[in-house]
Write a protein that binds this ligand. Structure first.
Ligand code: ITT
Length: 187
């Protein structure tokens, strides 16, 4: 049986794929990038994924999930949070480092919310990773804000980690693992 990850972001798909191998061969993960995924601009991740999942649930007759993630910086009152995609495209890592210049409190977290449509019913899974904003960009793996985020318990940025290493810490890996645990109970 196929499970579709509806996303335009191949990196997110690759990260999830590593964790879903334990459901194989019964379940095969496929990326679905070209369907009409509607994204609303809202100030919380749950609202965004639920809106997208409810729309897809009406269009698709398959099992699928969508994920929305964001970087929440404490000294910036949670900015860019649900606006991370837009802020990445406009300010990028350099812009965030500039905003963080001379700020001592470097605490930040990545949050991930997954909405799974399974048998026509939508369920939510969440994951968070605590960490800090580095003082400069480091590493060339990954995507987005990976070069400036150091998870707690490591000295490396996410961009200095392989997918397996990032998955030992990441917000997305935590949410995907909870989803995998759920799927194991129903497949
Ligand atoms: P979708 O098609 O799945 O929506 P997206 O790239 O827009 O893909 P999100 O909305 O979930 O992804 O994420 C918003 C932004 O937050 C994303 O573009 C990155 O800049 C950043 N981000 C999210 N997860 C990240 C991660 O694991 N590492 C680095 N940056 C991340």
């Amino acid at each position: 049986m196929e499970l579709y990850f509806v996303t335009g972001n191949r990196h997110k798909f690759e990260e999830a794929k590593f964790l879903i191998t334990e459901l194989e061969p019964k379940i095969k993960l496929e990326m679905l990038g070209e369907v009409g995924k509607l994204e609303i601009q809202a100030d919380n991740l749950e609202e965004i994924v639920l809106f997208a999942a409810e729309n897809l649930n009406r269009q698709l007759k398959v099992n699928f999930f969508v994920e929305d993630a964001g970087l929440f910086i404490r000294a910036l009152n949670g900015f860019p949070g649900p606006f991370s995609s837009y802020v990445y495209r406009t300010l990028g890592c350099k812009g965030i480092l500039k905003l963080m210049e001379n700020i001592e409190d470097r605490y930040a977290e990545f949050r991930s919310v997954i909405a799974l449509g399974w048998g026509g019913v939508i369920r939510i899974f969440r994951g968070t990773v605590r960490g800090k904003i580095s003082s400069e960009e480091r590493g060339s793996y990954g995507f987005g804000f990976d070069p400036i985020f150091i998870p707690e318990g490591s000295n490396k940025t996410f961009a200095e980690m392989t997918i397996e290493e990032k998955n030992r810490h990441s917000h997305r890996a935590k949410a995907v693992k909870l989803m995998v645990d759920f799927i194991k109970t129903v497949m």
